[in-house]
Design a protein around this ligand. Structure first.
Ligand code: PEP
Ligand code: MG
Length: 605
């Protein structure tokens, strides 16, 4: 039966594929396809792991002291019974043989299916056996880690005949990932994965999970609430990343319609690629700088390919996440920053110092106290200043990377003069340490992120110390409107066009211009084509966004006339309801400006 689920659109496009349900505790398991000749070996890996667990449990049973609690023996019996259960073994074999999943993936897929059956049981005792099953599977996975996989490079899966939904027998089976929640670190892991789209139950449009999905340029919907409960393993699913809709078990007619939309999207992208080498200059001759936001050094290649003129935001915290507390040392960081700098082939790279905290924990499961609000807590520069040794390590690594190209240093979440002064003196200290060691380092331009209203209201203080400012609209909106950006239940109030947000943004651009300092926007607003003309009208000439958004924004720039947009933007700024004003056919919309694509309603916010 076809049904649809509504969520928040975060990464555009249409994905059609079979659902892979992943429990949040199990996303670290590798997901890749094997080839048919590897099936036996993969099944054997599971068998070896399972047998090892059976041996272990039987040994425990055998060695159990006479006076051991009776419950313990019963528990071991249950675990052994679960290991013998055919639903588990037959299911695993199915995923490996028919779908060519690697062994770990097959095991966790089957676990999800059986877990659900347990959830639906009336009997409380039986329902609670789900935890036992999870423990058993965890044990098998642990043993399998020790059994080297004979599986060589992941190969794409082939569609099995009789699927009936795709005309081309040779097309890979597309898969979409459905999860309750994914941390930004999990998303990073999926960057190289097989999935054609994502859906999560939780998350806001500018949560970091959504941001990484956008950087992967695959359709994604977050905040879909109950999706992970309503969708079953292996269901056919359509993800409409433009509308924020997930269609489950679609009819052939719906599939055909979305297949058409998908092809149109592909054609549109192919058309945009022609703009890659076109300079971003408005109709009235204003040069606009389009920069890339990246998470890992390897993203630099995609940035160059998309025609970025540099990196406007390297979110360095992604180097620090998911490492079980072992932070990268100076050498590792230096090599990573150097790779990004060299990858940009002489173009500038803006490295933001670590912004850990709020919805970007260092490690998964590392929950902050629930009575605290992590978004207002020890995150970003506050975290760095609380651990000067860690911060100095990062500053030294960045200074050293600056030998290899133009590097800008960007500091997140500053609000206080004392934080600025402390940061700058630590930077001096880092230079002195490198001098003492006789290690080479390069010059840095210094920038501050404007993402707390207090900062946007103290611009003269910031301009006194910094060479440039970069507006982090994701947080600026969050803190101005008191809306948690990761909370889907208040996502409707997260409004980039709120007059207060626009005022802070306009004043920051203005103040930088007045002092001849650089100013950029690196929040998600910069990559939203529905916002491009407004930002240009407010005087912005430097935008930093995911590489995948650059060409669409460039198209808007090429169609814009800033001499008309400036007065129009002032009107929007002064309007009581900018979200309405932005859609009005104002004078700027008159002849020759090329307002053919809609403004506003298709915003990705
Ligand atoms: C922002 O807040 O707009 C920003 C770019 O930083 P992040 O999204 O990483 O918090
Ligand atoms: Mg921010």
């Amino acid at each position: 039966m076809t049904f649809s689920i509504h969520g928040l659109p975060v990464a555009r496009g249409i994905a059609i594929g079979r659902a892979v349900l992943v429990g949040s505790s199990r996303v670290e398991v590798a997901h890749y396809f094997i080839t048919p000749d590897q099936v036996e070996a993969e099944i054997n890996r599971v068998r070896v792991g399972r047998n090892a667990v059976v041996d272990e449990l039987q040994r425990l049973q055998h060695d159990m002291p006479k006076d051991a609690p009776h419950e313990l023996a019963a528990l071991l019996d249950v675990h052994l019974m679960l290991l013998e259960d055919e639903t588990l073994t037959i299911g695993i074999k199915h995923w490996i043989t028919d779908r060519l999943y690697n062994a770990e993936w097959a095991l966790t897929t089957q676990l999800e299916i059986i877990s659900r059956q347990f959830d639906e049981m009336e009997d409380e005792y039986l329902r609670e056996r789900k935890a036992d099953l999870e423990q058993v599977v965890e044990r098998i996975l642990r043993y399998m880690k020790g059994v080297v996989s004979p599986v060589a490079p992941p190969a794409p899966a082939r569609r099995k005949s009789g699927e009936g939904l795709f005309p081309d027998e040779n097309l890979p089976v597309p898969l979409v990932l459905i999860a309750h929640d994914l941390s930004p670190a999990d998303m990073l892991q999926f960057k190289q994965s097989v999935f054609a789209g994502f859906v999560t139950d939780v998350g806001g449009k500018t949560s970091h999970t959504a941001i990484v999905a956008r950087s992967m340029d695959i359709p994604a919907v977050v905040g879909a609430r109950t999706a992970s409960q309503l969708v079953r393993q292996d269901d056919w699913v359509i993800i409409d990343g433009d509308a924020g809709v997930v269609i489950v078990d679609p009819s052939t007619i719906i599939l055909a319609e979305y297949g058409f939309k998908q092809r149109q999207g592909t054609l549109e992208r192919e058309r945009l690629v022609r703009l890659r080498h076109t300079p971003a200059i408005t109709l009235d001759g204003q040069k606009v700088e389009l920069l890339a936001n990246i998470e890992m050094p390897e993203d630099a290649g995609g940035a160059v390919e998309a025609g970025a003129l540099g990196v406007g935001l390297f979110r360095s915290e992604f180097l620090f996440m998911g490492r079980q507390g072992r932070l990268p040392d100076e050498e590792e960081q230096y090599q990573a920053y150097r790779r990004a700098v060299e990858g940009m082939q002489g173009m500038p790279v803006t490295i933001r110092t670590v912004d850990i905290g709020a919805d970007k924990p260092l490690d998964k499961g590392q929950k902050e106290d629930t009575h605290l609000n992590p978004a207002l807590g020890l995150r970003a520069i506050r975290w760095s200043l609380a651990d000067p040794a860690m911060f100095l390590t990062q500053l030294r690594a960045i200074l050293r990377a600056a030998v290899h190209g133009q590097v800008n240093l960007l500091i997140p979440m500053l609000a206080h003069g004392s934080e600025i002064r402390q940061t700058l003196s630590l930077l001096d200290f880092a230079r002195a340490e490198l001098d003492n060691r006789g290690t080479a380092y390069g010059p840095l331009k210094l920038g501050a992120m404007i993402e707390i209203p207090a900062a946007a209201l103290s611009l003269s203080l910031f301009l006194k110390y910094f060479d440039f400012l970069s507006v982090g609209t994701n947080d600026l909106i969050q803190y101005t409107l008191a809306i948690d950006r990761a909370d889907e239940s208040v996502a409707h109030l997260y409004d980039p066009l709120h007059p207060a947000v626009l005022r802070l943004l306009a004043d920051t651009i203005q103040a930088c211009h007045a002092q001849g300092k650089g100013v950029s926007v690196c929040g998600e607003m910069a990559g939203d084509v529905a916002m491009t003309r407004l930002l240009l009208g407010l005087g912005l000439r430097s935008f930093s966004m995911h590489p995948a958004q650059i060409l669409a924004v460039k198209q808007e720039v090429l169609r814009a006339d800033t001499s008309r947009l400036a007065p129009w933007a002032q009107g929007v700024l002064q309007s009581e309801d900018p979200s309405e004003a932005i859609n009005l056919p104002l004078s700027a919309r008159s002849e020759g400006v090329g307002w053919d694509s809609g403004m506003g309603p298709l915003s990705t916010y």
